[in-house]
Design a protein around this ligand. Structure first.
Ligand code: WT7
Length: 651
């Protein structure tokens, strides 16, 4: 359990003076948001331009069997127009996106709101030309280039539903997402440069298309200039298509509850699910959290290092910041290329005011020494953020002292793909922080700590259990694409009347929340969420593998490492070559982020007499706590455990 009785870091009086929200205002607004959600969100919904204003605000039901989430349901709007057109009058010449390429060669681009408008209009007309209309699905498989943002906004402009697939995913993972949404068009690039190496994205997309079982087209952005193959009739260059169309594309009038995007995420069972977010509530909430959580002021330069392949990139590189008319930095590369000073150089070059990254990146940079930070002028920084996993106090302190020089509030934001936006987070001018705590709820969010067994709410402070949310917030996911039952069964079945987050947590004596990690079979590797079930099914798809069980073990930089127990089919012998082959196999099936760190050969897996694998035991063995195996009396063959203990890796 985390140490909660630690020193609090309060924002400086100077910071508080100019902050959007101070401590008193937080209390007042939070209380109002809970007392009367309709009045609160009815008011804050006005930060967005509506074509037809809503008359209804909240209409939500968490009852298992009838879960139904609607916000602003009779309002109409266009999200892209909110992110672009409405800013043209006052800030057409302001930079909307600063694009920083992989190579540090001075070719950074500034894209103004006016230019963004033209690019997105053209892109939208290209999609229309390719037969995409309102409600159609478009898969985006791109590197971190401006066209990724244009593509998302172009879909939003014409009412198409985008599904961004992280460029690090394999052809198989891409194919299953293209098939799952019956996408009409897949947008990719010839290649994606990252850390000095080019990922052959078009090549991956070609391989994926061999498994796509419906008619789909490919739209290709020229980026890396690498050789690619071409299928006439199916493949189209973006620049050639753009020559044929105008940059003027009217924004489609969308209902607040029409889907905006699908984003696949991992769970404890089965294949990843398509999380569906809708238009109105999502844009209201991401814009508001972007402004308040980062204390964003007009003219600030804001940088989130995430990839648009994840929800963080959707909500806090593209939609939230652009809805606020912000300047948002989009970075193609990695924090350690060409060296570990890259992030700080970008902060200096562009005068970054708010910097938002993941604990795994902080830990990796911390390991390289402070000289990479000290070389650069970081005086522009005002707020630092983290997201994706619990941050350990060592990394928090380094971030605070070395990067923030003790003057930048740190916002540790807890949220999920499913929540769309920040749920627990300090507000930098309002909330004294404690290293490792995501502190308190954002407006409208009602966290509860439940007893994991009884499901009873634990009242008061100094309690521990699982984290659930008692009522809806505007950017909540609406359904699992094509499977509303799966949505209800995953999040609303176990604890009736609540949204279950699948995270463990404690609420300390000050009412601060501390996330203790997933309580399901989901791993968090370098801030990437991955189901053990997905890795297991990739392993057993290999002809030599009979059975596999995957657990997470602590890792200094990645947070968790992937530890696999594998038992082989008769006739196969364990060998280092086979180990390597299996690692490459999983990498090929899912992507580099899923590559197993450890593969332990297991003659058998510990199972109950009914055949259920006892992961609890496998977890304990992997971390060398086999003296704490607990009750093993229900094991069918207790002796397999001895072999596993003896041959443990990760020593
Ligand atoms: C899971 C969600 C939301 C954007 C990135 C991840 C973990 C996320 C924190 C945090 C502790 C965190 C949780 C959560 N998580 N932020 N600040 N402190 N844990 O989105 O891939 O949907 O993963 O990430 O376990 O359930 P995601």
């Amino acid at each position: 359990m985390p140490e909660t009785d630690v020193e609090k870091h309060a924002p400086s009086p100077d910071f508080v003076k100019t902050a959007h929200v101070d401590a008193a205002k937080y209390e007042e607004m939070y209380a109002a948001s809970i007392a009367d959600p309709d009045a609160f969100w009815g008011e804050h919904g006005k930060r967005i331009d509506w074509i037809k204003p809503y008359t209804k605000v909240k209409n939500t039901d968490f009852t298992y069997g009838k879960v139904d989430i609607r916000w602003f349901e009779d309002g109409t709007l266009n999200v892209a127009a909110n992110c672009i057109d409405r800013h043209l009058k006052d800030r057409g010449d302001q930079t909307a996106i600063i694009w920083v390429p992989d190579e540090d060669d001075g070719s950074d681009q500034h894209i103004t709101y006016q230019q963004l408008h033209a690019h997105v209009g053209k892109f939208a007309n290209v999609l229309k030309e390719m037969g995409v209309g309102k409600g159609d699905r478009v898969v985006i498989y791109l590197p971190m280039i401006p066209q990724a943002a244009y593509a998302m906004l172009a879909c939003a402009r014409i009412g198409a539903i985008h599904s961004v697939v992280f460029a690090g995913f394999s052809p198989d993972a891409l194919a299953s997402r293209v098939n799952g949404s019956e996408a009409k068009v897949v947008i990719t690039a010839d290649g994606g440069p990252r850390g000095g190496r080019v990922t052959a994205l078009k090549d991956n997309a070609d391989k994926a298309f061999a498994k796509v079982n419906h008619d789909a087209k490919m739209l290709v952005v020229k980026r890396a200039g690498n050789d690619i193959s071409w299928t006439q009739g199916r493949d189209h260059w973006l620049h050639e298509m753009e020559d044929k169309v105008s940059d003027d594309c009217p924004a489609e009038e969308m209902n607040a509850e029409d889907p905006l995007f699908i984003l696949y995420t991992s769970g404890s069972t089965g294949q990843p699910k398509g999380v569906v977010h809708s238009q109105g509530g999502y844009i209201v909430y991401t814009a508001m959290t972007h402004q308040y959580t980062f204390d964003y002021h007009d003219g600030d330069i804001y940088w989130c290092t995430a990839d648009v392949g994840w929800v963080t990139g959707h909500s806090y590189i593209v939609y939230g910041p652009l809805a606020n008319g912000a300047t948002t930095v989009m970075f193609e590369g990695v924090p350690t290329y060409p060296d570990a000073g890259r992030c700080w150089k970008v902060c200096q070059d562009h005068g970054v005011n708010q910097f938002y990254t993941a604990p795994t990146a902080i830990r990796a940079l911390m390991g390289k020494g402070t000289e990479f930070v000290e070389k650069y002028d970081l005086s522009s920084l005002k707020v630092l953020g983290t997201v994706g996993e619990p941050i350990n106090p060592e990394a928090w302190n380094w971030y605070n002292d070395v990067v923030g020089k003790g003057k930048c509030p740190i916002v540790d934001t807890w949220w999920q793909t499913e929540t769309g936006g920040h749920m627990l987070t300090p507000l930098p001018g309002a909330t004294p922080t404690k290293p490792g705590s995501a502190t308190r709820p954002f407006f409208g969010v009602q966290p509860v700590v439940l007893d994991p067994e009884s499901g009873k709410v634990k009242e008061g402070n100094g309690v521990e259990g699982v984290l659930a949310i008692a009522d809806s917030w505007p950017s909540q996911m609406r359904t699992v694409y094509g499977d509303h039952d799966r949505f209800m069964n995953t999040y609303f079945q176990q604890y009736k009347g609540y949204y279950f987050t699948e995270d463990g947590c404690m609420r300390d004596e000050d009412g601060y929340y501390w996330i203790t990690g997933r309580v399901d079979d989901v791993l968090n590797v370098s801030g990437h969420r991955m189901g053990t079930a997905e890795i297991e099914s990739a392993l057993v798809a290999h002809k030599a593998v009979n059975e596999a069980a995957v657990v997470g073990v602590p890792h200094d930089v990645k947070g968790q490492a992937i530890y696999c127990y594998v038992s082989l089919m008769d006739g196969n012998q364990p060998s280092d070559e086979l180990k390597k082959e299996l690692q490459d196999w999983v990498r090929g099936e899912i992507g580099p982020i899923a590559k197993p760190d450890y593969i332990q050969w297991a003659p058998g897996l510990p199972k109950t007499r009914s055949g259920k694998i006892m992961r609890r035991i496998l977890r304990k063995v992997a971390v060398n706590e086999h003296d704490q195996l607990g009750d093993t009396s229900t094991l069918a063959e207790p002796e397999v455990v001895d072999d596993l203990i003896e041959n443990r890796l990760n020593k």
